[in-house]
Design a protein around this ligand. Structure first.
Ligand SMILES: Nc1ncnc2c1ncn2[C@@H]1O[C@H](COP(=O)(O)OP(=O)(O)OP(=O)(O)O)[C@@H](O)[C@H]1O
Length: 565
């Protein structure tokens, strides 16, 4: 074990000697592993030998401490019963929570994770309330996914977490289930608490998502769990919808959970119509997107107000985004760049990084220094670090080369060749989407456009038609790249290149959801091929060159080899 660690140290020494030294020698969780358990450092694709340009940096993937029974593509889906995850959370400088809600996070941190069942074959093994398990069974949900096995017990123990797992792996229920097990009508019944909460009925959870579509999707997932009788306990606060109606609903229904986009939540909060100071949970879904400059002011307000108890001191020297020990902060994404690690550390109390194959203390994950002289390299390595492990292993990736004016025709031939049922095709701008739809429809293929300039009603209707199979091709932009769950979507086509590999990952992740088959095809022009190759390296996946001939997809092996740099 020690030898493996030392060898790993040598390989990354040039980049991170100081931080890795701290990670190993000072992190109690790692030294504990060395002594009592058979662990190894996970040397994944981040140490990819063939990639000399970008992937030698440290990544969450290659630094995650994993159990020796880590599942691989070919292994069983769930580890054997009795294989417990044993992670001792760093105890060196634990902050003491300010109220009862989070006190036990600090005092029982080691114990909290030790019982996490890696071996769950059913939701009942994860400590959820019996009412919730009944509801899950009614909905035909019996077996938790790997990331749910890890996240549910960790969140139930009230830890602040960052959940990182590939697209379509069930991250939404991974955070919703423990919340619903602790608040609202499905929680484990406790007469005393029941009476108290009935009297108070304040907002218990705020869930923020970057798009209306994703927000509505999360609302529907909560409604599905709550059932028709308690639907009113979740309230959507998304932009584009009537704000006064949302405010009235807040007043009338007294929801326990609100789900919304940053702008609308911040707007209603600033108007004094959303009372979240006593709120226990703040979920930031697609957290890396929410951290982008676009949402800066709104997120600032949300982080400032959610979970701040009346009379609590203002953030003072810690800055406006300082941690609030009164609330549990849950951050979620398939892609977790350094910026998220840094943010999570400053907002959370001893935050943990939860992935399908293990849980580690986020404080032990090294991040690159912001503002370093090698800013460009730092950005590139952050992209690589965020992108690796973000895609389901079963997805097939291809690219084909064509002239700009033939792209739509290539798209059509590609759909026929693969006999794809539901296709999402991405472009970078809104204007040309209409043209694509027109050309496809002219050749008898049902298509529609979806973008942010359409009304909320038009967007909802189009999405519903697509999900119902009335539309075969959805031509869209980045709006639909994040979180959108259309399980039957079997093909994603990039008609324009995504900006980087993180964007590639989120677009690609709209297909191949939860173990289903899925294909991703990038249609590019000759001068753009090097970008595809760069993304291939950063994502550490195979993207094969192909062409469409006689109604079939043909892989051009030789060409691909020739083009390889
Ligand atoms: N345990 C389960 N059993 C069966 N289906 C599940 C289970 N958990 C989640 N699902 C379904 O899997 C699909 C994908 O889940 P979800 O949208 O939460 O993925 P995700 O990891 O959040 O993806 P993304 O990163 O793209 O947002 C959804 O249709 C969801 O209802």
């Amino acid at each position: 074990m020690e030898a493996v660690i030392q060898q790993t140290h040598r390989r990354v020494f040039a980049l991170t000697s100081a931080s890795l030294y701290c990670f190993h020698s000072k992190c109690p969780c790692l030294s504990r592993f060395s002594t009592f358990n058979r662990f190894r450092l996970y040397g994944s694709s981040g140490f990819n030998e063939h990639d000399t340009s970008v992937s030698k940096s440290l990544s969450l993937s290659n630094l995650a401490v994993i159990h020796e029974y880590k599942t691989t593509k070919k292994e069983r889906k769930f580890p054997l019963k009795g294989e417990n995850l044993q992670v001792k959370v760093s105890s060196g400088k634990e902050k003491i929570g300010r109220n009862n809600w989070k006190n036990d996070v600090n005092t029982k941190s080691a114990l909290a994770i030790e019982g996490a069942p890696l071996a769950a074959k059913s939701f009942s093994e994860l400590g959820l309330s019996s009412l919730l398990i009944e509801q899950l069974e009614k909905e035909g949900l019996n077996v938790p996914t790997e990331v749910q096995c890890m996240a549910i017990p960790t969140i139930s123990k009230k830890h602040d977490v960052v959940i990182q797992s590939y697209t379509g792996s069930g991250k939404t229920l991974a955070y919703l289930l423990p919340i619903l097990s602790m608040v609202g009508p499905l929680k484990e019944s406790n007469g005393l608490e029941e009476n108290q909460s009935n009297q108070k009925s304040s907002i218990e959870a705020v869930i923020v998502a970057p798009s209306r579509e994703l927000g509505m999707q999360i609302v529907r997932e909560i409604e599905r769990m709550l059932g028709p009788a308690y639907k009113r306990l979740v309230q959507q606060l998304v932009g584009g919808a009537n704000r006064s109606r949302q405010e009235e609903a807040l007043k009338k229904n007294k929801p326990l959970i609100v789900v919304g986009t940053p702008g609308r939540i911040a707007e209603i909060s600033a108007a004094g119509k959303l009372h979240t100071h006593a709120c226990h949970f703040l979920v930031l879904d697609e957290v890396d997107e929410l951290l982008s400059f676009n949402y800066r002011e709104e997120m600032h307000r949300i982080l400032e107000h959610v979970g701040r108890r009346a009379g609590a001191p203002s953030s003072g020297v810690l800055g406006p985004l300082a941690r609030r020990s009164d609330r549990q902060t849950i951050m979620v994404s398939a892609t977790v760049p350094f910026s998220v690690v840094r943010a999570a550390r400053s907002w959370g109390v001893n935050p943990l990084l939860v992935r399908a194959n293990g849980v580690v203390s986020l404080n032990s994950v090294p991040v690159s220094e912001s503002g370093s002289s090698t800013a460009a390299l730092s950005t590139s390595s952050s992209v690589t670090q965020a992108a690796v492990g973000s895609l389901p292993p079963g997805l097939k990736h291809y690219y084909c080369v064509t002239k700009a004016q033939h792209k739509v025709d290539t798209l059509r031939r590609c759909i026929h060749a693969l006999d794809a049922k539901l296709v999402i095709t991405f472009m970078n701008h809104t204007k040309p989407l209409k043209d694509v739809v027109f050309k496809l429809e002219a050749r008898g293929m049902k298509a529609a456009q979806l973008h942010g300039d359409l009304s909320k009603l038009a967007r909802t209707t189009t999405l519903k038609k697509f999900k119902d199979g009335e539309i075969r091709v959805l031509a869209t932009n980045e709006l639909s790249a994040r979180g959108l769950d259309v399980p039957e979507c079997d093909l994603v086509v990039n008609l324009d290149l995504p900006t980087d590999s993180v964007h590639y990952a989120h677009r690609a992740g709209r297909t191949g959801r939860l173990g289903r088959k899925g294909t991703v095809i990038t249609i590019c022009e000759e001068p753009e091929v090097f970008v595809v190759q760069k993304m291939r390296r950063q994502l550490d996946i195979s993207i094969q060159l192909c062409e469409f001939s006689e109604g079939k997809l043909v892989i051009c092996k030789e060409e691909a080899d020739k083009l390889e740099v």
